[in-house]
Design a protein around this ligand. Structure first.
Ligand code: PMP
Length: 392
């Protein structure tokens, strides 16, 4: 029973349901993979950020099991108090090599990495320049910092320069997602870096959806654009293409040393477990040694996207495997997702506030582990539901 002061929670939940914005979270009865089991039923999985299919890869599972035997299951406390394990250092070295970055510090998640690094770099009296479609963890990190936040129009470098010309005291920090998670478009990082150099700003990119996807062997957006040494702060996650969980920041050794002193999630929250870290190291080693999975991911994405477009669907401005199939109103997108579910296709609708009102969509995440038959199965379901609902 809710207490009287908490009564508003019930009203809010009812409002979400009435407006078609309530998110019914599905329960998976097995591992993440191209197909998942929900209510005892095999469902084609178009929802996961497990781009390369590594989340249940036998090599990662074995590495995790061995780490449990050697290091146990928990980190003990925060690293700055209980000490850091050799395993965490090994991960940071492996990531730095992979990203071709000077140094890396790992965090509990990509979200935590953003909350750590932004307030460590700017505060009251400083200014942040933030793309209007940046991820929620960037927005929260910016708010936590108490710096002034100037939002520029999405990927619009004229808009960014206008903001940079405005008078601003203190430090300047330009922050952008590398690949935008709801639209799949790529930030114009070279232009943004040039503006940063011209106006003396720090540059930061969140590469959560770029690593394992863009650049040689999936090294990410900095590699994709050949910008090594010109981006001050790279944030990454281990939970998407790398298939595990955790986050990190890559940059100059002094920056990394500073974050171990001033990054609050590092100082006040325990590290990810030995099993996670060992699995992540195995994932980085797989990517480093072989680009087959990245190639397969792109081949699958090209195949799916071209067929979906041929059917008459609008996939917005996607340039990456993230495929937003635009529906419009949240209620219609919810209905589309439910009908796909009846066809044994698990593809979530995304509505306000994650995307603007009227821009609700089905966000399809194709992975390297899908077979052509899997993709064809999904395309047939999209065609059926699209026709039933009069959308194509
Ligand atoms: N940044 C971006 C751009 C993201 O899309 C996400 C995940 N949705 C995160 C950060 C957070 O990453 P994590 O899941 O590791 O916290």
């Amino acid at each position: 029973m809710l207490s009287k002061p908490l009564g508003f929670v019930k009203d809010e939940l009812e409002a979400l349901k009435r407006d078609g914005l309530y998110n019914a979270i599905r329960t998976l009865e097995g591992p993440q993979g191209p197909w998942v089991t929900i209510n005892g039923q095999a469902m084609l999985n178009f929802c996961s950020n497990n781009y390369l299919g590594l989340a249940a890869d036998p090599r990662l599972k074995q590495a995790a099991q061995e780490a449990i035997e050697k290091y146990g299951v928990g980190p003990g406390a925060v690293r700055s108090i209980a000490g850091t394990m050799t395993l965490h250092q090994k991960l940071e070295e492996a990531l730095a090599r992979f990203k071709k970055a000077p140094a890396v510090i790992s965090f509990q998640s990509g979200f935590a990495a953003n909350l750590a690094v932004i307030p460590a770099l700017v505060g009251k009296g400083d200014t942040i320049y933030s793309d209007s479609l940046n991820h929620a963890s960037i927005i929260d990190g910016c708010r936590l910092s108490r710096a002034e936040i100037k939002v520029y129009d999405h990927c619009d470098m004229e808009s960014l320069e206008e903001r940079l010309k405005e008078p601003a005291a203190g430090r300047k920090l330009i922050i952008t997602d590398g690949v935008f998670s709801m639209d799949g478009d790529i930030a114009p990082l070279p232009e943004s870096v040039e503006l940063a150099e011209k106006y003396g700003a720090i540059t930061m990119v969140d590469d959560a959806h770029g690593e394992g996807v863009l650049g040689t062997n999936g090294r990410g957006i900095v590699d994709h654009f050949g910008l090594h040494g010109r981006v001050d702060v790279e944030v990454g996650t281990l939970s998407k293409a790398l298939g595990v969980v955790g986050g990190y920041v890559a940059g100059a050794p002094e920056l990394i040393e500073y974050l171990a002193q001033r990054g609050r999630p590092f100082l006040f929250s325990s590290a990810v477990t030995p099993a996670d870290v060992a699995a992540a190291i195995a994932a980085v080693e797989i990517l480093d040694s072989d680009d087959q999975l990245v190639q397969k991911l792109w081949a699958n994405a090209r195949y799916f996207k071209s067929h979906i477009k041929e059917l008459g669907f609008d996939i917005g401005r996607s340039e990456t495997p993230i495929t937003p199939v635009m529906i419009g109103e949240a209620a219609a997108a919810g209905e589309f997702s439910r009908r796909l579910f009846a066809e044994k296709v698990f593809a979530q609708s995304i509505g306000y506030p994650t995307v603007p009102r009227g821009k609700a969509r089905i966000r399809v995440m194709v992975s390297a582990s899908h077979s052509r038959e899997d993709l064809d199965y999904g395309i047939v379901a999209f065609e059926k539901v699209g026709k039933e609902m009069g959308l194509i």
